[in-house]
Design a protein around this ligand. Sequence first.
Ligand code: PMT
Length: 410
Amino acid sequence: MKVTVGVSGGIAAYKAAELVRALQQQALDVHVVMTEAAVQFVQPLTFASLTGHKVITSLWTAPESSDDNLDSAIEHIEAAQTTDVLVVAPATASILAKFAHGIADDFLTTLYLATTAPVIVAPAMNVNMWQHPATQANLETLASRNVHIVPPDAGYLACGMTGSGRLADTPAIVEAVLGVLHHRNDLAGEIVLITAGGTREALDPVRFLGNRSSGKMGYALAEAAERRGARVILVTAPTALRPPANVEVIPVITTEEMRAAVLGRMDQASVVIKAAAVADYRPLKPADQKMKRSGPLTIELEPTEDILAEAVARRHSGQLIVGFAAETQDAVAHARAKLMRKGADAIVLNDVSREGIGFDSDRNAVTFLTPSTALELPEMAKRDLADRILQEILGLRRPQKVVAESITME
Ligand code: PMT
């Protein structure tokens, strides 16, 4: 997910560098926008070096050609359209006043009016400015418009006075960002069908062929999708997990049962995510009775149906179908070949040969592959990774580029 950090011109501007680093540790893609006053306190190069992205400090580039202005305008509109949250830290009394009164005289204030993403402000200023009725009235206005306010701490201020006005500490601001990102309703209206767990193919009435899937990845996706407003259908092979609340659960055991459930319900779904570890083979002839132990045993196996490929073949327009790939060598090449062979919209690749991620772990690291992109999502808790994967799936819906003619230059 993309976070835009807005830095306005207060002495606490230097603390924004620590915030940027802390947000990056949450595997968030951080971009920085600065007001011209902020540049008096911290060089844009500081943030450009930290983020690897250009820092926008002005509505206008120094145009060598008219294209520069158009490029700059596209960049600004794109920044507004693609950010998932705008967090302004520090937020000065001046920037709060401009936000509250709809003044857009620089890029940050323009971005505030242009974005539909959630907005968080972390005020920092002299205690008298903080307590001034004008500042408090502006904060009330912003709160009434659902701007999240991270209140300043009390304590020693740069101006030598004590009291409220000191920028909240970084963990508090990070928590506010994660809270906003994790509790959005951006999947409202979606019906998401998710498969989870490892199917089991009977060898005899007692034994089965199975795999090490615990279901945690699929259940994390189901929980995250439900929390973000989706209606979730969870087709699950046996697991030791409690299904997430408010989720329709369809328990299955074998690949054939999973296939019937997926093909039977996918027409209702706007998104299908196949996180289950599906047995690729089943015994040709399972034994009717428990096989007695005696010497070497040969069992003939037959391939199971490829549910993902069948789902793609039945995809209705607008429906997104996302598979997973559990690989142990040449992972990206194998996963990309799988993506192209099966025709899914994306494949979530995890290298299950890596220690501590993948099967039965609480953590995972994946590469989100589409036919034209590969996005590394570094190791993190499956609960957090589920949100990141859903965000990338939502991104498959976004127009891939900003349409120049939609921008008018005065
Ligand atoms: O459940 P956890 O313990 O949390 O572990 C998570 C996980 C490792 C199981 C998960 O992240 C994962 O990788 N799931 C896919 C495992 C798998 O079967 O990968 P695959 O490369 O064999 O299959 C590719 C895709 O085709 C998968 O979406 C699979 O659901 C699907 N498939 C596979 C075989 C088959 N007969 N039908 C299918 O639909």
